[in-house]
Design a protein. Structure first.
Length: 277
């Protein structure tokens, strides 16, 4: 069944949990769709996972469109959200609408996501008014890493918790149909999820959210340099890949791969005629 804004809102109403994963390419999108994941996020985390940057700040609109369109080509039923990269919406409401429009027109995605609460209310309102569904993102917002002084849990103090709750009300009021809560204490995320009518999607925000999102390379154990506390490895695909690469390397060097079965045939006569050429 096709996932839509209406079906995702209905899931919250019925108390059904929503699954979301990041995704950055066609073949992974096909596999995630086969698995029945409700939403794919073409996150600007592709700056870290696909492009090797230390944070998401260098990611461009063209990067998002390139990966976003590939993911959309792999999906029929899955709802695809495309992240708005750093500085594609902060400077003005005009920028926000034009860039959100570009992301949707040039990828075929279903919605855009942008970071921030009260500070981006006008942008959320204008993008929504243009007919583009918006997912908001509050709590620890990675594009503000330099303001936070690192990727740290947000909302532990009374003032911060009150601000995050207000951000949640603000983005809902501005028209966002869903909100990602990143790295906030479980009890705060639970309270926000109970207070809002739109679905909350948590990452490092505990079990009380209406849905969950993880970066796919994290949940498959493909990144082991730094594993955040909130990540669970659902498989150790990283180890399996390294073993397969080793086996390939050994077989190529030992002349075991390719075997006869992996080659293509030609008539001997043709080869014989080439002998004196
Ligand atoms: O870019 C991203 O992957 C995200 C998730 C961490 C929510 O924004």
């Amino acid at each position: 069944m096709k996932n839509t804004v209406a079906s995702l809102m209905k899931m919250k109403e019925k108390g059904e949990k929503i699954s979301m994963l990041t995704c950055y390419d066609y073949s992974t999108a096909r596999l995630m769709e086969d698995a029945g994941v409700n939403m794919l996020l073409v996150g600007d985390s592709l700056g870290n996972t696909m492009l090797g940057y230390p944070d998401t700040l260098a990611v461009t609109m063209d990067d998002m469109i390139h990966h976003g369109a590939a993911v959309v080509r792999g999906c029929k039923e899955t709802f695809v959200v495309i992240d708005m990269p750093f500085m594609s919406y902060q400077a003005s409401v005009y920028d926000a609408v034009v860039n959100a429009g570009r992301l949707i027109k040039e990828t075929g995605g279903n919605a855009v996501k942008l970071e921030g609460g009260a500070a981006v209310k006008e942008q959320i309102r204008a993008i929504t008014d243009a007919g583009i569904p918006v997912v908001a993102h509050i709590g620890m917002t990675p594009q503000s890493v330099n303001t936070f002084g690192g990727f740290k849990v947000q909302g532990k103090s009374e003032a911060q918790a009150a601000q995050i709750l207000q951000d949640a009300y603000d983005v809902q009021e501005a028209g966002a149909f869903s909100v990602v809560l990143e790295c906030v204490p479980t009890k705060l995320a639970t309270l926000i999820s109970e207070r809002l009518t739109i679905p909350t999607i948590g990452i490092g925000a505990g079990e009380g959210c209406d849905g969950q999102v993880l970066v796919w390379q994290d949940m498959l154990g493909m990144f082991k340099d730094y594993v955040p506390k909130f990540v669970k490895h659902f498989a150790n695909v990283g180890d399996t890949m390294v073993q397969a690469f080793k086996d390939y390397d050994e077989e190529v060097k030992a002349g075991i791969f390719p075997a006869e079965a992996h080659g293509f045939k030609i008539d001997d006569e043709i080869i014989e005629k080439l002998a004196d050429k």
